[in-house]
Design a protein around this ligand. Structure first.
Ligand code: SF4
Length: 335
């Protein structure tokens, strides 16, 4: 197995909100609550779940666009040959670690400054991180444009002169220019036309091979996540409820929430049908999550224990790491 490049331990991110008529009562939205994950070098870890489940907040914490409320994020340090908690690094080390963790956002239109040309978008972060002189940075930007099948002459153009697909490729090239090790891809194709989604996904897979990248691929579409990922983490209300290799999930998930998500994935075959599991009720508020298992108000297998006790994410006993890879699930059905 490859080495662990990013080790996330008990990560939480809470946002305070004011309530009451005078706004004096404070509550916490538990966007990410006690999440632990290991991300291996060269793999794609997919993170899937409904809107508001905390996947984007988790992604932003990983690249430290958001400061976690609690927990650890450790990044592999080649120099010392061990994992180092990026939240406890010195200012200088922390700055260097930022370059190694990049993010590609969902909306390429708002990810680029409309007042600045593409070359400036490439140049600024490289200059801040001290990567080469002006001529070298121009050369890197031109090379990265070619890598995403765009002509280097386009560097002088402005964002409004490109299509959504081209802009997203520019954003990918821009993050590649920083020579990252891990790229968090936050719904990178969901704002694109269906016709160019596959093209962009295939390009990302090629770049991953060529540059030995590790991806954290966030999306709400399970079929896209399964196509891209080696392993998939399913999130519900800020917590990981299942973590398994993609191929194990295609045989059917273990957690009732994963099963409902999988039942919504269409089968690309004429006349093919499958029984859809319809989830009842709304997603509860992350400011006031249900007791015990957070999924219990919507779960068709809910038992008495589910209302009382929080199920732990544990290795499922019927899976062997040698055969299918580790399959983790948080559900009392498998205790
Ligand atoms: Fe359903 Fe209980 Fe499992 Fe939660 S722990 S998913 S409520 S069976």
């Amino acid at each position: 197995m490859s080495r662990v490049v990013l080790d996330v331990k008990n990560l939480s991110k809470y946002f305070p909100i004011k309530k009451g008529k005078l706004g004096t009562k404070k509550e916490m939205v538990r966007a990410v609550d006690n999440v632990s994950l290991r991300i291996y070098e060269g793999e794609t870890l997919g993170i899937v779940g409904e809107s508001g489940c905390g996947k984007t907040t988790l992604g932003k914490c990983l690249v430290r666009l958001l400061m976690p409320t609690a927990g650890e994020i450790s990044l592999w340090d080649e120099g010392s040959g061990q994992l180092k908690n990026v939240l406890k690094l010195s200012r200088k080390e922390s700055f260097a670690a930022r370059r190694r963790l990049q993010i590609v956002f969902q909306d390429p239109y708002s990810a680029l400054n409309p007042m600045k040309n593409v070359l400036t978008a490439f140049d600024e972060p490289m200059r801040i991180h001290g990567l080469g002189d002006k001529a070298e940075r121009f050369e890197i930007a031109s090379r990265m444009m070619l890598e995403v099948n765009l002509r280097p002459e386009y560097l002088s153009r402005y964002p409004h002169e490109f299509s959504g697909g081209q802009l997203q490729r520019i954003c990918i090239a821009k993050s590649l220019a920083m020579s990252p090790e891990v790229i968090v891809c936050d719904e990178p194709v969901s704002a694109l036309d269906v016709s160019i989604q596959a093209q962009t996904l295939n390009l990302m897979r090629r770049l991953q091979r060529d540059f030995n990248l590790t991806y954290v691929f966030i999306a709400h579409d399970l079929s896209v996540v399964q196509y891209m990922s080696n392993r998939v983490a399913v999130m519900y209300l800020g917590q990981v409820v299942e973590l398994a290799p993609s191929r194990a999930l295609s045989d059917g998930g273990l957690h009732p929430y994963t099963q409902a998500l999988l039942s919504a994935v269409p089968i690309p075959r004429l006349g093919a049908r499958k029984d859809r599991i319809l989830l009842e009720g709304d997603v509860p508020s992350p400011a006031n999550p249900p007791s015990g298992c957070r999924f219990h108000p919507r779960c068709r297998y809910c038992m008495e224990i589910c209302r009382r006790e929080i199920p732990k994410l544990q290795l499922h006993s019927d899976t062997t790491p040698e055969k299918t890879g580790e399959h983790w699930v948080a559900c009392h059905l498998y205790d």
